[in-house]
Design a binder for this molecule. Structure first.
Ligand code: ATP
Length: 208
């Protein structure tokens, strides 16, 4: 049994707090690895909802040109269509400036009063979390749900509440963009997302 607890206190007269994971990323494009960790986190941590939050431009990936944020939001919308527990927020994507996770966490804490908030991420981001802004706010508002990746396992960081979940799905958006750029059929994409990529000629794949 995995301990995803850290429960918030109950407000008298209310039900148990809703358990909601915020899932920030570039999603350039959203792929099966993202969907795998979201659905496993939901199952193992008994989450009510996972909110995918495509960034406008990642503060951690300055200098890399991602597909326009409205395309990335739309691809996530297509990928989670039909998943009752998943949704997409354009909170970061429409700000047209880099958002920091602490700002996003503060926004959702205000918008979802009483909810217990988690932040979902892979070990590559967890390993650099000490470089994220306002760790005091992150630690106050969030429990981090972390997945390993490419044989790398997360290590505990005493500054934050965290839970490390088992399971691997080794795929990355970088690999997918490269495959598309070379006109290979990319693996690990939802069919609706693959159609969208083709239709909008993202990542240089040209429709015949
Ligand atoms: P890129 O290859 O462009 O860096 P990515 O595949 O890492 O992209 P992001 O959108 O940057 O995708 O990732 C968003 C979040 O999802 C990050 O916390 C990342 O660690 C996590 N993540 C993405 N893919 C996986 C995966 N296959 N396994 C575990 N975590 C993942």
């Amino acid at each position: 049994m995995i301990d995803c607890e850290m429960a918030s206190p109950l407000t008298p007269g209310s039900g148990p707090p809703r358990r909601i994971a915020l899932f920030g990323g570039t999603f350039d494009p959203v792929h099966d690895g993202h969907l795998f960790i979201a659905s496993e986190a939901r199952r193992l941590c008994d989450l009510d909802e996972v909110i995918f939050i495509p960034c406008w431009q990642s503060p951690h990936k300055q200098g890399q040109q991602a597909a326009a944020s409205h395309h990335r939001v739309e691809m996530v919308r297509l990928a989670v269509e039909g998943l009752a527990w998943a949704s997409v927020s354009d909170f970061e994507a429409v700000r047209a400036e880099s958002s920091y996770s602490w700002q996003t966490a503060e926004h959702f804490a205000g918008a979802l009063p009483g909810a217990q908030l988690f932040w979902l991420l892979g070990v590559d981001q967890w390993d650099v979390i000490d470089t994220w802004g306002r760790p005091d706010i992150l630690a106050e508002l969030l429990t981090f749900i972390v997945f390993g990746r490419n044989g790398r396992h997360p290590r505990s960081n005493p500054a934050f509440s965290s839970v490390f979940l088992p399971g691997n799905f080794d795929i990355s958006a970088t690999e997918i963009r490269h495959a598309i750029g070379e006109n290979a059929i990319p693996e690990g994409l939802d069919a609706r997302v693959a159609d969208y990529v083709l239709h909008h000629q993202l990542y240089s794949l040209k429709e015949d």
